[in-house]
Design a protein around this ligand. Sequence first.
Ligand SMILES: *Cc1c(COP(=O)(O)O)cnc(C)c1O
Length: 420
Amino acid sequence: MNTLESKLGEVDPQIVEIASKDLTRQQNSLMLIPSENYASRAVMEAQSSVLANKYAEGYPGERYYNGCKFMDETESLAIARAKALFGAEHVNVQPHAGSQANMAVYHALLEPGDTILGMSLSHGGHLTHGDNVNFSGCYYNVVGYGVDAKTERIDMEEIERLAVEHRPKLIVVGATAYPRHFDFSEWRQVADSVGAYLLTDIAHIAGLIAGGVHPDPVPYSDVVTTTTHKTLRGPRGAMIMCKSEYADKIDRAVFPGLQGGPFLHTIAARAVAFKEASEPAFKIYQAQIVKNAKALAARLIENGFRLVSGGTDNHLMLMDLTSKYEKLSGRQAADHLEDAGIIVNKNTIPFDKRKPRTTSGIRIGTPMITTRGMKEDEMIQVADFIAETLENRQKASIKRRIREKVNEFCAQFPIYEYLG
Ligand SMILES: *Cc1c(COP(=O)(O)O)cnc(C)c1O
């Protein structure tokens, strides 16, 4: 399997060598970071196409550059496919990444100093939902919400109480590390009760929503943002969906508000991903992600680990390490697992006593191992690899042996066989 053009090998063998080594790593590791995926070969080809060569500031039909006929065709196709896939009234496919998409929404609908109600980073929210190290926490007055201490789930009565008390102009619902469903109709009610805009950030769960295995926020939200490279399995990038009444504001906030020229090559790749996501196989894939997450969660619990909120409804889970190994931090656990070829990331758990750089948890997701064809039976093996590694974390020779077993296991699921 060689996804790299041979010309690149001639011109820059160093880059080819680095990329080839990472291809080997991607093949031989159990990649369990829930925000990552393997983009298809078709998506990667579109990204490396000549569409990268053109400036096209503006929107289809109203560009600030000449020679944009095919840029217009590309972007219009991406927009039409995204609208059909999500049932959105208006779509902007230009944001370079999820953070820029959220920034554009704030820029469109808020003034600096306005109040946002968003999920705290330490409870599973994203940096751009108002964290104080992020622009969102600097320019807006942020009120954070978290999960209930006992259930570790969002408590809608608490959200309502915070909304009534702080009267936010915008409420952000969505997360990077929340293993449960959101009830979007309830969020809509809370937003309406205080006259707030409702922004739903589906960066993590967009694929699940497109695949019909997660509640759909589009009918309930004023604006929906998403990345295109997580469960949606497209190229790196993002998009904003909104009701028609906000279309002009959103478009102007993206360009000329925040960005210059759109990346038409990745917009073309987004169009390819939307096409792939509209095919029946994608629904089956998304359903399998969820089945795999449930199977993996169940087996981790059998291995004595506690999962935040007791399990998962989506593609990810948060493992609370303190329940089994008091002294083991998320950071250490993730490093030990990497020694065995298992790639996860450290993550705070709700009410974590450790700092974000250390953490007491790890976040585990099934999108990538599902892409390569693994099913429920394999999840038992994956959970056991994790448990065995952490149990033997001080024993380098055992970790090496597990590394070899992980290699052999991964060899049965060649990554690009499933993607064409
Ligand atoms: C990943 C993520 C983003 C940001 O995406 P980038 O492309 O990394 O900027 C925004 N919101 C949520 C909820 C995310 O999970």
